[in-house]
Design a protein. Structure first.
Ligand code: 0O2
Length: 216
């Protein structure tokens, strides 16, 4: 890749890959719904990193432009959010069993949380995109986290942006406490997981019966 990068051409396969993965992962959630089983996937989002963030990251990590497609693993990113911590590992198994991409790296920030307090499971995949010029492989980072982890990460990310990575110490301390609270929330919910799932199943049955009777 030359220095004068054509960003539209470069980013198009990433957008294609993110869009395809969103459809596929939402399809998995639908299958659980049809089988009236608890879905480990609650919601799926995705994005292509803005050009300015790609350049910032390359700069910060000393990555030459010619190497960004090999060395920046999250130019394309997909996020899977789930209800319970166990769901994360179920999703990882589901991803490992697929043949439409190759997993090239896994990072378990649950077992090894980051010093910021960040928890999540990252799976980097090499995804084939069919382009008019043939097959093109792109790296996509799939982040898997609970709703509680997501709430924390979104807020911490906003603060990091606001303070350009230099969050004041008092806010950092609050974030650490919030990370601990999010961890406790996940732990408590895990203990009543069966109860919650049964309640959700009853609600689902009630909804589909009402639907069959023509209700809303
Ligand atoms: P975005 O798109 O703004 O979210 P690094 O990015 O240097 O921390 P590395 O090795 O490139 O780390 O990859 P890693 O650890 O998989 O992290 C990549 C992404 O994970 C980040 O992307 C975040 O989305 C998320 N992440 C990692 N650490 C933290 C953290 O401490 N707090 C929050 N809120 N998110 C984190 P970017 O580059 O920040 O981009």
């Amino acid at each position: 890749m030359g220095k004068n990068i054509n960003w539209s051409t470069f980013l198009a396969p990433y957008q294609q890959a993110v869009d395809e993965l969103k459809v596929k992962l939402r399809g998995m959630r639908k299958q659980y719904e049809i089988e009236v089983k608890h879905s480990p996937i609650e919601l799926v989002t995705g994005r292509v990193k803005p050009i300015s963030s790609i350049l910032d990251k390359a700069n910060r990590k000393g990555i030459p432009i010619s190497e960004i497609e090999n060395m920046i693993q999250d130019i394309g990113g997909v996020r899977i959010v789930c209800q319970f911590v166990d769901d994360i590992y179920t999703i990882v198994e589901l991803l490992r069993a697929r043949h439409d991409f190759e997993i090239i790296e896994e990072k378990d920030y649950l077992k090894h949380k980051k010093s910021s307090g960040y928890r999540s499971y990252h799976v980097v995949v090499r995804y084939p995109v069919a382009t008019i010029k043939g097959e093109k492989f792109v790296l996509i980072e799939i982040q898997i986290r609970t709703l509680a982890m997501n709430f924390w990460a979104i807020n911490e990310h906003s603060l990091n942006y606001k303070y350009s990575g230099e969050i004041p110490v008092d806010i950092q301390k609050r974030l650490q406490r919030a990370a601990e609270a999010a961890f406790q929330l996940d732990e408590e919910m895990a203990k009543i997981k069966d109860e919650v799932q049964e309640a959700q199943w009853i609600f689902h049955q009630h909804k589909s019966n009402t639907h069959k009777k023509g209700g809303r």
